[in-house]
Design a binder for this molecule. Sequence first.
Ligand code: GDP
Ligand code: MG
Length: 314
Amino acid sequence: MSDLENNVEETLPEDYRSGVVAVVGRPNVGKSTLINRTLRQKIAIVSPKPQTTQRRQLGIFTDERAQILFVDTPGLHAPQHKLGEYMVKTAESAFRDADVILLVLDASAMPERGDELIAGTVERLRAGTPVILALNKADLLTPQNYEPNIAAHEALIPHEEAFVLSAFTGEGVDELINALIEKLPQGPRYYPADELSDVNMRFIAAEVIREKIMLLTEKEIPYSVAVEIDSYKERSDDMTYISAVIYVERDSQKGIVIGKGGDMIKKVGSDARAELAKIVGTKIFLDLRVKVLKNWRSDEKLMQRLGYRIKDED
Ligand code: GDP
Ligand code: MG
């Protein structure tokens, strides 16, 4: 290795910036997709079902100008059970810690009641923090609805800037990043340049498995599932062994997740294996089991065991 390569303590420009961007918005507007897009790699799971993202997770963007810590917050909505309450608390504490609030909106449709509620909550809790709008899903806008949709979303809340973009195609995303960087204070790199998230591979593996179940199942099943990795081993350079338990809340749900003749669990396994192989870069041996953990979503102790932190740590 040359001296240059050895010198990991890269000198940063004096005006280097860093800070936290809280990503908020109604479920399904594309928050996770947008974060994955800015990092050019998938760290957050995405599905067409609302409330796919349940926990607070950092997405770390680093370049030569700045480091942005994106906090992907679960959607704000009326709490229905303990898990819902947890999600709302997480989102509210994210506003308080943020340097910038990025409100993501689905510009392909007119604003909904949910957008108005969130805009109101942001307005109430922002305490002077700048708000930037990401008017997402621009790829779905037509010449007819472009102007009225954008205007209606911009009218939701006073904001510093608004960007029409598509997390899906990447259009407009660089402009957003530039604007976010401008709003951040001067500061250090909190994380190494190559770190994309504060969660480890075990967590990502559990989330990928959960995502596949959410995509393949219906009704209440997607929200009744928790995944716990009980073993994660790099067996060799090209083989990783992962064993996981899928928890459901009732016996009937267990039958559905396993499927006729094991069809569903096989499909979950092969989809998760293919995706994890891409992320990890080795072949994956995946062992999945399904267990019933009665009403885990209403039980704080069980939720803690499954890694949902209820306590609001500042
Ligand atoms: P979140 O709940 O806000 O995190 O939303 P997700 O990132 O999980 O996205 C919800 C759905 O919207 C997924 O099916 C995405 O593929 C889709 N989506 C996200 N961004 C875009 C976009 O810019 N254009 C289109 N057409 N679809 C998008
Ligand atoms: Mg999400």
